[in-house]
Design a protein around this ligand. Structure first.
Ligand code: AMP
Length: 276
């Protein structure tokens, strides 16, 4: 069944209120659209775990550090709605920018200790934009559960911390990364890769796996092992590749607890991120 597309906050709230009156729990899957099987995994978890599923589709201008990236971001609402219909989504919330930001926001959510490394170091203001829009979406949807992909590990850590620090009455559910058969993590940005770039792209996950296999020799050796793999594809430009503490997202030089190996790599004009 085709889900209703709510573009107004008031209409979305009518639908969630109705669901709550019927005794249903509400699940929220925040996305920027151009939905793929990675988003599909989040939606399936929401469908399995809650009675009423809201998928939000909003390309949030506040989290883009480059205008060209914002402009080029794929916007395919019609096929996104069909995708949601196939997965039993109840409502797609797809507000226009003016509905989310009727005036420029004067209030922001910042999680500086978790946002200063990795992507935060290279994308100024990105996580402030993410945290702010996710806080707004949580206030609009008021979900019991919200679903986020482990593919965006730093984003997930920041949202989890924001929820704890600001007492949002909901549970964040992390969902494992969905990959192509060759290992490339699914991403809405993959559709921008040229055939040659697409051929090269799995090098990122290969490098991360190599690092993981080398981790017993320490973070420095693991990092170097990954960089060696990436050096095999000279057209892949490494923005960062770090072994970080899974809680703080800060690089470590010794393994004392759970770590993530995270990287950002440019192929032509497309930036890919991944982690293990
Ligand atoms: P995006 O539309 O790229 O902002 O992503 C929306 C949500 O989908 C985020 O929580 C992402 O982490 C998640 N997501 C994106 N790609 C994947 C993937 N390949 N596997 C699992 N989750 C993903």
């Amino acid at each position: 069944m085709t889900p209703e597309v709510a573009t107004a906050i008031a209409r979305l709230r009518e639908r969630t209120a109705e669901a709550r009156r019927a005794g249903k729990t509400v699940g929220c899957v925040p996305t920027m659209g151009a939905l793929h099987a990675g988003h599909g995994a989040l939606i399936d978890c929401a469908r399995a775990g809650t009675g009423f599923v809201v998928v939000t589709v909003f390309v949030n201008p506040l989290q883009f550090d480059r205008r060209d990236d914002y402009d080029a971001y794929a916007r395919v609402l019609e096929s996104d709605v069909a995708f949601c219909g196939e997965r039993g989504v109840d409502v797609v919330f797809a507000p226009p920018v003016e509905e989310m930001y009727p005036q420029p926001s004067a209030t922001f959510v910042d999680v500086p200790p978790l946002a200063e490394c990795l992507c935060g170091k290279f994308r100024t203001g990105h996580f402030r934009g993410v945290a702010t829009v996710v806080a707004k979406l949580f206030h609009i949807v008021e979900p019991d559960f919200a679903y986020f992909g482990e593919k965006d590990a730093q984003q997930l850590a920041i949202v989890e911390r924001m929820v704890r620090d600001l007492n949002f009455p909901l549970t964040i559910v992390p969902v494992p990364t969905v990959r192509e058969p060759d290992g490339l993590a699914l991403s809405s940005r993959n559709r921008r890769l040229t055939p040659e770039e697409r051929r090269i792209a799995p090098v990122l996950y290969r490098a991360l796996r190599q690092a993981r296999a080398t981790l017993t020799d320490g973070p420095g050796a693991a990092r170097q092992a990954a960089l060696d793999v990436l050096a095999g594809e000279p057209s892949a430009r490494v923005e960062y590749l770090e072994v970080v503490d899974a809680g703080s997202m800060h690089p470590v030089d010794r393994i004392q607890g759970p770590v993530k190996i995270a990287a950002a790599v440019w192929l032509g004009n497309t930036r890919l991120i991944d982690n293990v």
